[in-house]
Design a protein around this ligand. Structure first.
Ligand SMILES: [Zn+2]
Length: 436
């Protein structure tokens, strides 16, 4: 399994002693090196973004009040309205988008916490359509949702900046009161600024492609535009934009995008043929005045995130889970991944992010009672009671077969598994029977 950013893999063993430096991403299930907390990453990005926009603003390069700027805001708002379906916490981000007037530059970005920018080269040089803009912004939003900037900041801090800054970063990471660590905040801001200049890994690009094309399709933008945009951009010379970075041969990517188009086209057709209700305004207002009609961000997010939808590229794992077909077999090679991930599973459980929990457990594949128990909990949480029974039973079987999380170096994340299974299945005697 791919359990950490490749260039930081050497660091992983050292990190076991220091902290749980990896966390499974709640959108993709992939484990990432995460030394920088979400909160610190967002604050760092906010500061890097405001510096950047301040400089563009001085040069009068921030485009406001044009039809183009208004359209970009509308497009990104529709994308964010789909993003919160899969990452409900992102509805609380201070999403912002600016059009940067530099007709020679074809580039776009989305930092941690939803701070976005797009350069006017997209219109001036590429004559990009709204569908194409939606696909490029979807791709960039995909990077933010999958915490790729945070991952890059973590890598920047460890690989490039050295152990002194790592210590500062860890202080920032463990601090709830970040103002007590101004140095850490500055370091994070520098890492945030640096992170947008670093290329993403190929895994990250693949994830952003998958997430982006799906957000666009669900928001009613033609996924085919990802392919046409790609072709237009590939013809451009000069510095490659983010969207073109770190990829294998261009033909491969065009083919992969084409395959994704086939997968998400039904979502696009569905979105095109239904009239969307009024969406709350997610972009650019920092207080709680987002009421459009009668739907607030919070109400809207609670409604859509409760709908039984799963991202297409997670659908295979999720379907196996939903049918009760998951059989875990991995004992050794995923033990380390399991060690890193189980704390994150506990937090997904606490936040009732059942789909993400199920997919993360399935992707890790580690055979023990805790894994099966959590699949049972996820099934129960989603209302699949019969499926939950299957996984709870497998958890008890694993336990009886000596695959228990209760070991000398192990922990069950404070779950009393037999007792909780007995309670969930409504058989009060089962816990006692298990212990014999
Ligand atoms: Zn990218």
């Amino acid at each position: 399994m791919d359990f950490c950013h490749r260039s930081a893999r050497w660091l992983v063993l050292a990190l076991i002693m220091l902290c749980s430096g990896c966390a499974a991403n709640s959108i993709t299930g992939r484990s990432q090196l995460m030394l920088v907390s979400e909160d610190a990453a967002v604050k760092g990005a906010v500061s890097a973004y405001s510096n950047m926009m301040g400089q563009y603003s001085k040069k009068d390069q921030v485009e406001t009040g044009t039809p183009r700027a208004a359209r970009v805001k509308e497009i990104t708002n529709r994308l964010v309205a789909e993003a919160v379906r899969f990452r409900p916490d992102s509805s609380g981000w201070h999403w912002e988008v600016q059009v940067i007037n530099d007709p020679k530059v074809v580039n776009a970005f989305c930092m941690a916490g939803g701070k976005m920018g797009i350069y006017t080269g997209f219109w001036e040089k590429l004559k990009a359509s709204d569908d194409e803009i939606a696909n490029v912004m979807g791709h960039e939003i995909g990077h933010a949702l999958a915490s790729h900037t945070r991952e890059k900041m973590s890598v920047a801090m460890t690989v490039g900046v050295g152990s002194a800054l790592l210590a500062v970063a860890l202080a920032g990471r463990n601090s709830n009161n970040s103002s007590a660590y101004p140095a850490a905040q500055n370091t994070v801001a520098v890492a945030a600024a640096l992170a947008i200049t670093l290329p993403n890994s190929r895994d990250a690009e693949t994830e952003a492609d998958q997430i982006g094309i799906e957000l666009a399709a669900r928001a009613g933008f033609d996924p085919r535009a990802a392919v046409t945009l790609w072709e237009k951009m590939a013809k451009q010379g000069g510095t490659p934009p983010e969207f073109l970075s770190t990829h294998p041969a261009p033909e491969n990517r065009a083919q992969r995008l084409q395959a994704l188009v086939t997968q998400v086209d039904p979502l696009y057709q569905r979105a095109k043929n239904k009239t969307a209700g009024p969406l709350p305004d997610f972009i650019g207002q920092p207080s709680n005045e987002y009421v459009v009609g009668s739907t607030t961000r919070e109400e809207y997010t609670a409604r859509v995130s409760a709908e039984p939808e799963v991202m297409t590229f997670m659908a295979a794992e999720f379907e196996r889970f939903r049918k009760g077909e998951v059989i875990l077999t991995c004992s050794y090679e995923c033990a380390l991944g399991y060690g890193f991930q189980r704390g994150n599973w506990k937090s997904l459980h606490g936040k009732k992010q059942w789909r993400e929990l199920a997919v993360a457990v399935v992707k890790t594949g580690y055979l023990n009672d805790l894994s099966y128990f959590l699949l049972g909990e996820a099934a129960m949480g989603l209302g699949f009671r019969d499926v939950a029974k299957i996984y709870y039973t497998r958890a008890l079987d694993a336990r009886n077969a000596d695959r228990s999380c209760e070991g000398a170096f192990n922990t069950c994340e404070e779950f009393d598994i037999p007792q909780r299974i007995a309670a969930a299945l409504g058989r009060p005697g089962a816990a006692a029977a298990q212990k014999q």
